[in-house]
Write a protein that binds this ligand. Sequence first.
Ligand SMILES: [Zn+2]
Length: 107
Amino acid sequence: MLILNCPYCGVDADETELAPGGEAHLKRETVGSSDEAFEAYLFDRANPKGVHFERWRHAYGCGKWFLAARDTVTLEVFGTYSAQTIEPPKAVIDAIKKKKPDWEGLA
Ligand SMILES: [Zn+2]
């Protein structure tokens, strides 16, 4: 079972308390971007086998959105952090690289 620590209320919430929100750290296309770039923003997702950054909502807890880094194969969680964070915190990146030295970073 997937268990994520909510960075706001500190609860270790299992997946029945959480609502998934898709891939994190997507760069939103703005006015002036091409149709192809906007289409990619709307529909293209990485869906990796391995390290993935995701949005989650503590739906049956504090109700707030947060971000998580986890391995999609093993369900190992490398860290959770505020949804207002533009890039993954150094502590999360370090935790990933410690377990997966060949990881190439965010695409
Ligand atoms: Zn919470």
